[in-house]
Ligand binder design. Structure first.
Ligand code: URA
Length: 302
């Protein structure tokens, strides 16, 4: 903690010197992608003119980047592996299977899927998991000078949307991204993305608590129900419980457990849809993997 009682400020890593100028303000993952794409030499065609006789119906995008290079840059695998995926008919661009290695695509505007799963091909998109500590607001600024997520994210913060909110004293997984459509869907109740929390509550917890919570519990603003509930550990007068729900109402977990007679003393979000908090240290961030981003797209039908 800093003298002001704030968590340490963690700046996004700068790309190494020698990176293309336009990549300089990007975070490490973006810069890595940008650098890999920037070496796209229009004359560099591993497959020479062999492609010429193999044109499929995909029209090359003028100034586009070779598909295998986009896949490799997005972290799907080596260029050779990506070529094999293309050859095997596992890659689609805007809904059309592309088997031609030389196809030039526009990762900014085209939707590229491998085995039906969308890949984050746009090099300007960032997807971050943050382990929010207690005592941090899930905003990017605060007129009262309290610690916010911007203090943990550094320069990249202003470009990110955060998916939903956590209470000031709640800890755990926050997803942040500059992909507006995905962030919107993940937060919107219509898409019903489940969130899982670990809660320390007053005990002892009766056997039928799961039935009560899953069956629906009356709150001031209507009934709320959990998708899943289990007791993780009984600690004498306290208990550690895990609850999964796709509700987005304010203080919903605390209100449900309090209404059931088990007020929460500590709350940690451990999962948002397919993304697990895992061993991420409090106050730190990590970039989501290509697979995790694909899983998020799939969770909200993108
Ligand atoms: N439910 C709560 O009560 N608080 C949170 O921060 C999140 C869900």
């Amino acid at each position: 903690m800093s003298p002001a009682g704030r968590p340490p400020r963690r700046r996004a890593q700068r790309p190494p010197a020698g990176q293309p100028g336009w990549a300089r303000d990007l975070t490490s993952r973006e810069a890595e992608l940008a650098a890999r794409l920037a070496d796209d030499d229009p004359d560099d065609d591993d497959w020479g003119d062999e492609d010429e006789g193999q044109r499929d119906s995909l029209t090359d995008v003028p100034g586009g980047i070779r598909l295998q290079k986009v896949l490799a840059a997005a972290g799907i695998g080596s260029r050779r592996h990506c070529e094999q995926l293309i050859a095997d008919g596992r890659v689609a661009v805007d809904g059309e299977i592309v088997r031609r290695f030389g196809a030039r695509v526009d990762p900014q505007h085209q939707v590229i899927r491998v085995d039906g799963r969308r890949i984050p091909a746009r090099e300007d998109l960032v997807y971050i998991a943050l382990n929010k500590p207690a005592g941090v607001l899930t905003t990017m600024s605060d007129s009262r000078g309290r610690a916010t997520m911007a203090d943990l994210l550094g320069d990249v913060a202003e470009r990110l949307y955060h998916v939903g909110r956590l209470d000031y004293d709640t800890e755990g997984l926050m997803l942040l991204m500059n992909d507006g459509e995905l962030a919107h869907r993940l937060a919107h109740p219509r898409f019903g993305v489940p969130k899982t929390y670990l809660a320390e509550v007053s005990g002892p917890v009766p056997r039928d608590l799961a039935r009560q919570l899953v069956g629906g519990i009356e709150l001031d603003d209507g009934v709320a129900s959990a998708d899943k509930f289990r007791v993780v550990e009984r600690l004498g007068t306290r208990a550690l419980v895990e609850i999964t729900l796709h509700e987005g109402r304010k203080h919903i977990v605390k209100r449900m457990l309090a209404a059931a007679g088990h007020p929460v003393s500590r709350l940690v979000r451990t999962r948002v849809g397919p993304i697990a908090l895992g061993p991420l240290r409090p106050g730190t961030t990590r970039h989501l993997s290509v697979k995790e981003v694909g899983d998020l797209y799939a969770a909200v039908g993108l």
